[in-house]
Write a protein that binds this ligand. Structure first.
Ligand SMILES: Nc1ncnc2c1ncn2[C@@H]1O[C@H](COP(=O)(O)OP(=O)(O)O)[C@@H](O)[C@H]1O
Ligand SMILES: [Mg+2]
Length: 330
């Protein structure tokens, strides 16, 4: 195996993963967590969208608002997972800052928590990012509890607002503990200890969203990390054959000879179907090439993850983690 390149993210403690919906944010968050945990580190991966995507990914029962060890990684590494919800985070916050555990629970019964988080949606994001902040900073016996935290974040359309905690809080609190907390979270988010990674596919829409997100994040001073190109399909044909297929220049006789030599049906309909498929592949390949160029033009560390034809089972997740690791993400 060639030596791994050094990671550009060695100093990063908070990895935020975003991307267009359905591009694989949750999957990549899990894979990144396993990659970061290899080598004996302890990593927390957390989700904030209430979908229980992590439990499904790691094949564990639904996660309560409580950190759970979900996987082991090479050399004693550990992956922990947490599903955060704003209500739980608010109660925890009140508990911590006002020592009002019982009162907090009473508040919950009254639906006051719902009220607070619905009326002030900005507060919701402060609480969720605040939980990530708390996990990054937490110590136990003079040692950091987690070497890194991976945040499976909202999609690109909402990421800037989600992370721009200060702006969200400005209208809520100009002074006081909420304001102070927002300021401390912002300091972490804008520091070299945070990286916002973007997951994309080699398709026009997700790539365009990636381009826009990078522009938006950069404009508010949030640190853009890597681009993860997910679900990359390796074409079953060589580039020269793909080029020929795209131009309709594959000789049908050569195809039927090949089929016959392999002991397969070699009738006209089969050959035509295969040539059609090759032409589709060629078109797709050309599109992907164009999108790859756009991604390369963004000039960010870029990692590719194969499309797993059998889906992302637990084993597949670790394969994806290995792919990230081999490409030097951790
Ligand atoms: N590399 C991959 N190969 C095959 N299937 C994948 C891959 N990455 C993600 N998927 C599948 O795509 C779907 C969407 O992924 P998910 O991580 O839930 O996306 P998101 O969190 O962005 O909505 C899931 O069914 C997941 O198993
Ligand atoms: Mg998801």
């Amino acid at each position: 195996m060639p030596p791994r390149p050094p990671s550009p993210f060695a100093g990063v403690r908070l990895h935020v993963v975003t991307g267009k919906g359905g591009t694989g944010k949750t999957t990549v968050s899990g894979a990144l967590a396993t990659a970061l945990a290899a080598g004996g580190r302890r990593v927390l991966v957390m989700e904030v969208e209430g979908r229980q995507g992590l439990a499904q990914l790691f094949d564990t029962p639904p996660l309560p608002y409580e950190e759970r060890r979900v996987a082991a990684a090479p050399d004693g590494g550990e992956v922990w997972a947490l599903a955060v919800d704003a209500e739980g985070a608010l109660l925890e916050y009140l508990d911590l800052f006002y020592k009002m555990g019982r009162a907090g629970r009473a508040l919950d019964r009254m639906g006051a928590v719902d009220f607070a988080t619905t009326v002030a949606p900005g507060l919701r994001d402060v609480l969720l990012t605040g939980k990530a902040y708390e996990a990054v900073r937490r110590n136990r016996g003079g040692r950091r509890t987690y070497d890194a935290v991976v945040l499976d974040a909202p999609p690109t359309g909402r990421i800037q607002r989600f992370l721009n905690v200060n702006a969200e809080v400005a209208g809520l609190a100009r002074v006081g503990p909420v304001r102070n907390q927002a300021d401390t979270i912002m300091k972490l988010l804008h520091s070299g200890q945070t990286a916002v990674h973007l997951v994309t596919l080699l398709e026009e829409m997700p790539v365009q969203e990636t381009v826009d997100a990078i522009e938006g994040l950069t404009s508010v001073g949030l640190p853009v990390g890597a681009i993860v190109v997910n679900m990359v399909r390796r074409p079953p044909l060589r580039p020269t054959d793909l080029t020929a297929a795209g131009k309709g220049r594959i000789d049908p006789d050569v195809v039927s000879d090949g089929l016959r030599a392999a002991g397969l049906p070699a009738g006209g309909a089969t050959v035509t179907a295969l040539l059609d498929e090759a032409s589709d592949l060629a078109q797709r390949w050309a599109l992907e090439k164009r999108e790859r160029k756009v991604v390369a033009g963004l000039d960010r560390p870029t990692y590719e993850l194969d499309w797993l034809p059998d889906g992302v089972q637990r084993g597949g997740l670790f394969d994806l983690g290995m792919m990230l690791r081999e490409q030097g993400v951790a």
